[in-house]
Design a protein around this ligand. Structure first.
Ligand code: NAD
Length: 314
């Protein structure tokens, strides 16, 4: 690092990686030193837009303090490991890796070298989620709908690893209790992988979470609702909206329900995530979403798919 500036490169500039490059090119205290992509023309195109250079991973040796890995999930471990072994900080997109074994190898490399690992669970940085957090005291029931239209990417993995994992991470960060039981059903509809899934988690604390994730829906819905003994907290991730309703018991008379929409200052979650990562690298502290958090969400996603009843052929 020179004069507190963080030298960073983005590896993989497809659908999501190009946004990492856009934000980093404009972030205070950051030098976007290069763009790497298996598709050289794509790397040159994005590098040119942001006034930086197209490089290879080998070129980055000694030239970066940090990298963002936004390649397809199957290559996360292979791409990230050499950097982690050299002590370079890595923000790896979600899911952290293809398997828990791969994630463990990445985290072991990071522990040995002291490298910082952050995982791109972007919803944790959603301003509506952040605003909801202080109002979540003891959720008893959580309902999640994350429905999307059919994409042209990430079809090599079950919808649990692609979409539901965002909500698994958010729930695990709120409900501090081990998972006691998993009930799961999945349907492969348009691909040989699970395209729509419904999962019911029971935590040892008694909290129940019911999650539905789909990539074959007509509309895009991204909502999580928390039911607590005397309040209801609803987050619309996509609209970055928060609604809170509380049961008020007056000393006399009937209980009343009070609340409504809570104002939230909207901001791009990916920008918050990158700012947090860069600050962690500069200050030598843990990022908000650590490698262990990414591993924990992946481990739960693996357990869910192992126990899933598949409906229909695949
Ligand atoms: P994509 O296919 O659009 O882009 C991947 C890019 O990586 C392509 O440009 C490809 O040429 C390049 N690439 C492939 N292998 C490479 C390698 N070994 N080295 C260098 N470059 C390589 O994929 P995407 O939709 O951008 O997804 C990338 C990752 O981001 C996935 O892990 C996905 O799960 C994650 N993602 C996260 C979010 C989020 O909300 N956090 C949203 C979308 C995708």
């Amino acid at each position: 690092m020179t004069a507190g500036r963080v030298r960073i490169a983005v590896i993989g500039v497809g659908h999501l990686g190009r946004h990492h490059a856009r934000i980093l090119s404009d972030l205070d205290g950051v030098d976007l030193v290069g763009i790497v992509d298996a598709n050289g023309a794509r790397a040159r195109e994005i590098a040119e837009i942001h006034g930086t250079q197209a490089l290879t991973s080998a070129d980055l040796s000694g030239a970066v303090d940090a990298v963002v890995v936004a390649t397809p999930t199957a290559s996360h471990a292979e791409v990230a490991r050499p950097f982690l072994e050299r002590g370079v900080a890595v923000l790896v997109e979600k899911p952290i890796a293809r398997s828990v074994d791969e994630a463990d190898a990445m985290l072991a490399a990071a522990r040995t070298s002291g490298a910082i690992v952050a995982v791109g669970h972007t919803e944790r940085f959603n301003p509506a989620v952040e605003a909801a957090r202080g109002r979540l005291v003891s959720p008893r029931f959580i309902e999640v709908h994350r429905l999307g239209t059919f994409p042209d990417r990430s079809l090599d993995i079950d919808v649990v690893f692609d979409l539901m994992i965002h909500d698994l991470d958010v729930i695990l960060s709120v409900v501090e209790s081990p998972v006691a039981a998993i009930d799961a059903v999945g349907v492969p509809v348009l691909t040989p992988k699970i395209d729509i899934a419904n999962v019911r988690l029971r935590f040892e604390s008694g909290c129940i979470a019911n999650l539905t994730a789909s990539r074959i829906s007509r509309d895009r819905t991204r909502k999580i609702r928390f039911f607590q003994p005397d309040s209801y907290v609803a987050v619309d991730y996509a609209a970055q909206e928060l609604e809170v309703w509380r049961l008020v018991r007056p000393t006399s008379g009937l209980p009343a329900i009070e609340g409504g929409v809570i104002p939230v200052v909207n901001e791009e979650p990916l920008k918050r995530e990158l700012r947090d990562f860069v600050d962690a690298v500069r200050d030598g502290r843990a990022p908000t979403v650590t490698g262990e958090d990414g591993r924990r969400a992946l481990a739960l996603a693996e357990q869910i798919t192992e126990r899933m009843t598949t409906v229909g052929g695949r």
